[in-house]
Ligand binder design. Sequence first.
Ligand code: PEP
Ligand code: MG
Length: 903
Amino acid sequence: MSSHMNVYYFGSGKADGDRTMKHLLGGKGANLAEMVNMGIPVPPGFTITTEVCAKYQKTQAIPADVIEDVKHNVARVEAEMHHKFGDVQNPLLFSVRSGAAASMPGMMDTVLNLGLNHAIVDAWVARQPEQSRFVYDSYRRFITMYADIVMQAGREEFEEEITVMKKARGTKFDSDLQTSDLKELVESFLKLYKKKTGEDFPQDPWEQLYAAIRAVFRSWGNPRADVYRRLNNITGLLGTAVNVQSMVFGNQNDRSATGVAFSRSPSTGANYFYGEYLVNAQGEDVVAGIRTPQQIGKELSLKWAQENNITEEERALRYPSMEEFVPDAYKQLCDIRTKLELHYKDLMDIEFTVEDGRLWMLQCRVGKRTIHAALRIAIEMVEEGLINTDEAILRVDPEQVDHLLHPSIEPTAAAHAHPLGKGLAASPGAAVGQVVFDADAALKWSEAGKKVIMVRLETSPEDLAGMHAAQGILTARGGMTSHAAVVARGMGKCCVSGCGEIHLSAGQFELGGTIIKEGDVITLDGSKGLIYAGALALHTAKLEGDFEKVLQWCRQAKRLGVRANADTPADAAKAHAFGAEGVGLCRTEHMFFEGKRIEVFREMILADDFAGREKALAKLLPIQREDFEGLFRAMKGAPVTIRLLDPPLHEFVPNELHAQEELAKKLGIPLAKVQSRVTELHELNPMLGLRGCRLGIMYPEVYNMQVRAIMEAALMVGKEGLHVRPEIMIPLVGKRSELSFTKKNAEDTIAAVLKKAGGAKVDYMLGTMIEVPRAALTADQIAEEAEFFSFGTNDLTQMGCGFSRDDAGPFLRLYGELGIYDRDPFQSLDQEGIGELVRIAVQKGRKTKPNLKVGICGEHGGDPRTIHFLHGIGLDYVSCSPYRVPVAIVAAARAAVKEKLGK
Ligand code: PEP
Ligand code: MG
């Protein structure tokens, strides 16, 4: 049992908790406590811990001691606010919000205005008739949220009634409705509530409060929260905390408002205060895209009006900035922005409410941002002296670095194309795809291998899986802080939001006079907010400027080397340009698939005997040598690990009759011979058959040819003045004797080549892959024969977990959903299982040879989590695909900095 309290109070300038207590209080609760401790105005309230949520998940009841604690803390809020919960003449109202340790924007539930009932509403209206509009507005909102969140009866029919009412009154916005309209809505909502739930709307505020707390706890397990956690790999949390906070009202009057802001631009990182707000509105109105939000600062408001062809007169009247509308509150908000940034030393995302001219903070958290913003903010904060370069490195999410390499529209293509329309540049990048109008279609089409763009009026958390599947997202409504914008940025997905000119109807939309139907191809430019018909050419940006600077810091901070898996000179050149410090894996077999080589290789496979094979190998030798020369030149003296032939031979011979006929003809041999060899090569379990070093043991001449080609190439390029460092790698070794056999042959070949070259020298190494569990467990013996190890974690995972690399997809997806494995073990190393094999092998190998060089060349080498793990167990380098190299550099640097800072 834990010794923590169940409930933590915040108010009267002091809070029980602070920002370090996220795990227990959730992000929202911990940061509310922190703001209170900083002296920032926060409506008082209390946080029920995530531990209580965990208990609730087991018993489905709020424990009795928690009920007592809630009562006690409600009394503390009452004393501070001078209002009483449930008091007809002087009521206190609460908001009840969820908040887990990891931010899950829009995933969980909120109930506002809790504590209202008929008697309180009637007395309020009688007491303060000037507030009647706001009181009815609050009550109708409360009924809707309670029906939706607590009773799970949905909110659509309630909203439909508002739409009908607005139509009848000829008004456009909720805020245009009159007091009498809202009163009428309350009455019809109460009836609708009864119809939908079979019960009268509860009149006891305490009953409302406990039901809302239960609903928030329940929301932790709802499917959309589940999907979000799965997509974002959020694991190991106890549950959500519940924040019960006294209400402040952004809908109280025309000097009231609610808004959200970022302390810097979350899109570009520029150091200006970016925020949107709505007058006379509450809670979710800003992000829900109900009305067009207004800018908080005057300068941006003027710019916005200009871009939207709104006259200054209209802007000042209908869309004034907060700076003009409530200048004192705005100034205070600016001061809080500075205070929070200095305190958290990071980009902050804040929510606030102005109640009758007075500012209240409802939330603050470290803001999500695009990678462009992340880099710029990290650099500028170092320049401003807020953070040092180590902290700056921790600000860059390596997965997000991947987004930098995402495409944009080819400038020449953009120059010649006319956009259909423009929306907000909500999340950068560009995307081409076929239009779909809902998440289901996005999923289905993308599963069928199509690229799709999801077009929605606005998005909601239900659309998450679809957004994930889509290349890009386009919405008609919603600002830069709308759900679509925030979520797309988090996913690094291109998004154009709030394109008001779009007219959506069933199965199509109209934009700029063009009708686009489901399945039509469009192109989005999320960096400029533009929408084009058809497919424009995309290109991927160069890594320069801000990124180069941060990468430089990362290179200095990291301990792990970062190499690339590259099979051809062209790949190697790309890898070198991305900053790879060597080639960690060249799969030589990939070289055989190019051009005419495959024919010669097949000739070797089909040969009857040694002599026949030697004849074909003699033809392959110069080809291989040339490939290796190209690789060495491209890597400009960095080490190049070349793996000798690995895959089973049947992968190289054709199975279709016409291809077999063609091959027989080319080689001048009977078809029957080709067919009988194909049959001979067939294996029931090829992954465990004649492959890897077993090939080199059955057919030593194949490996000998490859070793000879490597050494001759090294000599050749060495003559050009480059220091060539080949590392010859033998695959799929499980037993020391397998390695000693193949190694002996290789050494003999090397000696012969060097002798022939007049005793020339090459700085080479001979080593092995560790990809068979037996090799990991006997690594001390294997190290006697090897100068280096490179972990082939693809095969090690396959053989260690017993999951076929080629067939595990469907059940691994299910395993992920069921939480049997947190992550796909082929993407992110299964640290406690396969990782343990790696750890043992490193330890045993180094026991034999303290200086043994150890790397990884399986796919996991580009996965930031795995890189962190490998740093911890002392690998020398990781190797990954060229495009992942920058990601790996950042991940390796973060691992080193975290170790240094003890994080
Ligand atoms: C591995 O098994 O991890 C590896 C790098 O080799 P391959 O993927 O070629 O089997
Ligand atoms: Mg392998």
